[in-house]
Design a protein around this ligand. Structure first.
Ligand SMILES: Cc1cc2nc3c(=O)[nH]c(=O)nc-3n(C[C@H](O)[C@H](O)[C@H](O)COP(=O)(O)OP(=O)(O)OC[C@H]3O[C@@H](n4cnc5c(N)ncnc54)[C@H](O)[C@@H]3O)c2cc1C
Ligand SMILES: *[C@@H]1O[C@H](CO)[C@@H](O)[C@H](O)[C@H]1NC(C)=O
Ligand SMILES: *[C@@H]1O[C@H](CO)[C@@H](O)[C@H](O)[C@H]1NC(C)=O
Ligand SMILES: *[C@@H]1O[C@H](CO)[C@@H](O)[C@H](O)[C@H]1NC(C)=O
Length: 579
């Protein structure tokens, strides 16, 4: 909080000192958004007007690492920041700085020379600390009328940097934290317990609020990622998904501010096209979501297991044989309604959590895992296994995905991913594992995955037709490949990391599954070569683009790889222009 206050104080200084460069006049092509410094950029008086309209909650951007550069260098604060640079906390609390180091692009970095200027780079110029739909409407209208790029930032988890944009006005949703439990929600499309979450509610706050009402909702594995922002709008896989489906499958209604500045409620029967589009293909595309109401499920005992294999002293062949046995066991874990979150690296195999939402007996869990563990015993591979039954889902979550509230995941990596369909995983686990082996043993990439069955059945029935990428339904698992991408490595090394992911790892995955099988848009490749229309949206794309044109013909909302985003491109100077 102290740090935020200091940064807030810095704002005025930075704005004042940057005025000379903004006086440069440059005419903007009519098809482009304006940037600070253009003659068409709104005057100070206009920004002041907006600031009054939003109750003084307009914030001039200051990158987090401004305190690490002249003229605002402050050693103590800079060191404090460095200690926290890989934790989600500082980004969640920042109106503008995203977690992805790739998108930050070291334009204001705590590890670079203090004499280098701190620049906004890809970050927004201003953010509105919104407290409700009126602030959002004011921001959307201002951006549209003044041809300013609009961005929406919640926590800043997005791997593709979709929550930021150069020269933009950001709608910062972090403080939309209301939670309303509706024990007896009753509409034609669903009757039963439901919870309404403001769009700034985090995953952990969502599941804790549900627990307090004796309920569960499928939040993600990362406690600090938002619930109602990019997570559920992008589909949202949860440790509970094997039992209840994707998070988007539980959506009952959305309160959303559209591009024309109107606030609507989209349900399966009213603005049903927006309902459909937001549930799976939504982030940064159709409007600013103010809240989502989701169905909730009865809480109760939750089964869990973790199993790790240390590679030290183990031959590569034996180790990978063990991983193959794990792959062979996954269909049984999925059939049990489980989700397996696991990763493989140069040093270990780690089943971080097998979550079994309906299991309440440790022997039952050991039994489920016994084919796998017997196979490991047979090849003499040692492992650490622990199983548990916790009284509530939150207790389970704490044990496996803590420490709370920030979790164990470090931020900033570069990402790529792909669905692996059951047809391939089950028919040829050896082939799947040989590709894993190449990627893990020939690069520094961390290979992770969540496996769960989210095909539609009577337990996992979406509330209504939605835009969850169809590839999810036939996937046995979705893999993600994460490469370390720190700001302390050289430009050449960054390029090498990018190439390892795109030119090597993704091509190895291609040899297993064709790219059109799809990928999870929230954990997918940043590569500009990717055919994202097919990979991220599949057969829904045409319908989605029609909805986009109907509600946002001027592309007020734009983000890389969002539906319809090929209408605009980012020019060399970072300006967003008509393609
Ligand atoms: C460490 C880590 C763990 C993760 N674990 C999981 C997981 O278990 N399951 C899973 O499904 N995903 C997971 N993800 C991916 C996560 O779902 C995405 O990063 C998601 O985009 C985060 O949404 P956010 O709103 O918190 O983040 P932001 O980066 O703030 O926003 C993400 C996108 O949503 C848009 N957006 C945000 N709020 C709104 C709004 N109110 N209206 C319209 N658009 C909005 C933004 O503009 C941006 O395009 C993980 C990511 C990380 C970094
Ligand atoms: C980072 O900066 C470099 C050099 O200015 C630029 O070429 C590149 O496109 C930028 N990357 C991103 C993701 O903005
Ligand atoms: C944003 O607004 C909330 C009130 O909704 C306030 O508590 C918080 O301090 C504000 N944050 C900043 C950085 O202005
Ligand atoms: C273990 O394997 C046997 C033989 O393949 C199979 O019939 C059984 O369903 C498996 N058990 C479990 C718990 O998955």
């Amino acid at each position: 909080m102290v740090q935020l206050l200091v940064l807030a104080l810095l704002c005025t200084v930075v704005v004042a000192s940057s005025i000379p460069t903004r006086l440069k006049t440059r005419d903007t092509q009519s098809k482009c958004r304006v940037l600070a410094g253009d003659s068409a950029w709104p005057s100070k008086a206009k920004w002041d007007q907006l600031n009054s309209a939003v109750g003084g909650r307009l914030i001039a951007s200051v990158p987090l690492a401004a305190v690490c550069h002249d003229p605002h260098y402050d050693e103590k604060q800079c060191n404090h920041l460095r200690d926290r640079w890989t934790s989600p906390e500082i980004y969640v609390e920042s109106p503008v700085t995203p977690m992805s180091y790739w998108v930050q692009n070291a334009t204001c970095d705590p590890w670079t020379d203090r004499k280098l200027p701190c620049q906004l780079g890809n970050l927004a110029e201003y953010a509105i600390n919104v407290t409700g739909s009126a602030d959002v409407i004011a921001g959307v209208k201002f951006a549209h009328e003044n041809k300013i790029r609009l961005t929406i930032k919640n926590t800043g988890h997005d791997y593709l940097g979709k929550s930021v944009g150069k020269g933009s006005l950001a709608i910062w949703t972090h403080h939309l934290k209301s939670i309303v439990v509706k024990k007896d929600y009753s509409q034609p499309w669903y009757k039963g317990p439901a919870i309404k979450f403001g769009s700034g509610v985090s995953g952990i706050n969502a599941i804790v609020a549900a627990r307090d009402a004796g309920l569960r909702v499928p939040g993600g594995a990362c406690p600090s990622a938002g619930f109602s922002g990019g997570f559920i709008q992008g589909g949202g896989h949860s440790p509970l998904s094997g039992a209840y489906g994707m998070a988007a499958d539980t959506a009952l209604e959305w309160e959303v501010v559209l591009a024309d500045g109107t606030l609507i409620t989209a349900t399966p029967q009213q603005h049903e096209d927006i309902y459909f589009a937001l549930a799976g293909a939504g982030p940064s595309t159709f409007g600013v979501v103010i809240s989502v109401t989701v169905r909730a499920f009865a809480d109760g005992p939750t089964g869990g297991a973790s199993l790790s294999i240390d590679r030290k002293g183990v031959s590569n062949d034996t180790f990978w044989k063990g991983v193959t046995h794990f792959q062979q066991a996954l269909p049984d874990f999925n059939k049990a309604g489980g989700q397996s979150a696991f990763m493989v690296t140069g040093t270990k195999f780690d089943l971080i959590a097998l979550t079994l939402p309906t299991y309440n007996n440790e022997n039952q869990i050991r039994q489920l895992m016994s084919n796998f563990t017997k196979n490991l015993d047979k090849i003499g591979l040692k492992y650490d296994l622990s199983v548990s039954v916790n009284p509530t889902y939150v207790d389970h979550f704490k044990k496996y995905f803590g420490p709370l509230p920030w979790g164990a995941f470090a931020v900033g990596g570069l990402m790529s991913g792909r669905f692996i369909p059951s047809s391939i995983s089950e028919a040829s686990p050896e082939k799947v594992v040989s590709v894993y082996r190449d990627i893990v043993d020939k690069t520094q990439i961390i290979l992770g995955s969540t496996a769960q069955d989210v095909s539609i059945n009577s337990n996992r029935k979406p509330v209504a037709s939605n835009s969850v990428m169809p590839g999810w339904r036939s996937a046995l698992q979705t893999i993600f490949m994460e490469a370390e991408y720190s700001s302390t490595i050289s430009w050449a090394d960054k390029k090498a990391v990018e190439s390892q992911l795109v030119d090597f790892a993704e091509r190895r995955i291609d040899s297993l599954v064709s790219a059109d099988v799809g990928a999870y848009l929230n954990e997918a490749s940043f590569s500009p070569e990717v055919d994202w229309k097919t990979q991220f949206y599949g057969s829904n794309y045409q319908k989605l683009v029609d909805i986009k044109h109907k509600y946002d013909p001027n592309n007020v909302f734009w983000a890389m790889t969002a539906v319809g985003s090929d209408a605009l491109t980012v020019a060399a100077d970072g300006r967003l222009c008509g393609a």
